[in-house]
Write a protein that binds this ligand. Structure first.
Ligand code: KG4
Ligand code: ZN
Length: 336
């Protein structure tokens, strides 16, 4: 029986995995804590983890119908993430493992996302995995459990960060991704402004230019005032919807272009997986699914609660790492 903790950013989560299924996956989201700031405030995040971790851990055990004595291996996200947040989960989990004289395994948060589809699906190797969240955007070739090769990653902002920043510019609440999707749906995901599809000839991604391109386009059309740093009255809801819709189509196109490029290099792939918070986006999910079907590939994406940060995915990685004997010692530390 595996118990795992995830506190790398703004979700406090604990889960129990029995080797076959996820017995519990309790997630406390800090969205309400950070909402008024329009983004995650690291100091508030770690304080909130500290307040909630005991409660979340007890709920995870209760929902799984087990006690600490039933746990053989403890897993914890120890990198990458906000240092203060990672430390809360790590110290908590190490203290449990040490006091019970049980094994501990450190899990890379991104590896958690990469293997999250396996919790609900039988995914073949090799496959391409697109990871897109508020902190990361990368494409991997995944050849086995714990065996993945980075094909390309963002050189600046993550895709989710682009959604969050542009949503903030448009005056939508945090987190921006779901808001952009909602407003884009009003206009049936049409492309009005053809924003730049950056770095088309590279494996890496770049999203920071997108915010600048959108900002200058709004300024040119007198929809944004650079002196007051605010949208003007001319920027109607219809106009905001057009920006949201065009942005979403642009990011979808960038994703498809990178996958197309990777498939040329790795034509033996059997499937595409789409993971991380941005994978909650139904429009992008269905575009990637259609693309996979057209190319004779399988497509997998986790249900939304396993897309955003959660300890269930960390418990799953802890399980296969325990089978591989990849145990840490009690000196396990964070890496940011
Ligand atoms: O994986 P996650 O919970 O946390 C990180 O590791 O960052 O991802 C959060 C990110 C946020 O940037 C949020 O805006 C984005 O995922 N997101 C979405 C959607 N739901 C969440 N982006 C686009 N469309 C969505 N429906
Ligand atoms: Zn994440």
């Amino acid at each position: 029986m595996i118990f795992a903790t995830e506190t790398s950013c703004d979700e406090t989560s604990c889960a129990v995995y029995d080797g076959k299924k996820l017995r519990s996956n309790v997630i406390f989201s800090q969205i309400e804590v950070h909402k008024s700031f329009g983004g995650v405030i690291p100091e508030l995040a770690s304080r909130s983890h500290l307040n909630k971790i005991n409660i979340v851990a007890q709920q995870a055990l209760d929902q799984a119908g087990v006690s600490l004595a039933d746990i053989q291996v403890f897993g914890v996200t120890h990198k990458p993430g906000l240092p203060g947040s990672l430390l809360i989960g790590l110290c908590f989990t190490k203290a449990l493992a040490w006091s019970l004289n049980k094994s501990i395994i450190g899990v890379n948060h991104l590896e958690g996302h990469i293997f999250s589809p396996f919790i609900e699906h039988k995914v073949p190797f090799p496959h391409l995995c697109l990871t897109a969240s508020g902190g990361h955007t990368s494409l991997y070739l995944v050849e086995g459990f714990g065996d993945m090769k980075l094909i390309g990653k963002t050189i600046d902002d993550a895709a989710g960060e682009a959604f969050d920043k542009i949503a903030k510019l448009l005056g939508f609440p945090y987190p921006g991704g779901p808001q952009i999707e909602k407003h884009a749906a009003e206009l049936k995901f049409q492309d009005f402004y053809f924003y730049p599809r950056s770095m088309q000839d590279a494996d890496d991604f770049s999203f920071s230019g997108l915010k600048t391109a959108i900002l200058y386009d709004l300024v040119d059309r007198k929809l944004y005032d650079m002196t007051t740093k605010q949208l003007t009255k001319a920027c109607t809801l219809e106009e905001k919807n057009k920006v949201a819709s065009s942005l979403l189509v642009c990011i979808k196109d960038i994703f498809l272009q990178k996958i197309r490029r990777a498939l040329k290099k790795y034509p033996h792939c059997k499937a595409i997986t789409f993971v991380g918070g941005v994978a909650c986006n139904v429009y992008i999910r269905s575009a990637l699914k259609n693309f996979a079907q057209e190319h004779g590939l399988l497509f997998f994406t986790p249900s939304p609660l396993l897309c955003t940060d959660n300890a269930g995915m960390i418990a799953f990685v802890t399980y296969f790492k325990s089978k591989q004997g990849a145990f840490a010692d009690y000196y396990l530390d964070i890496h940011t």
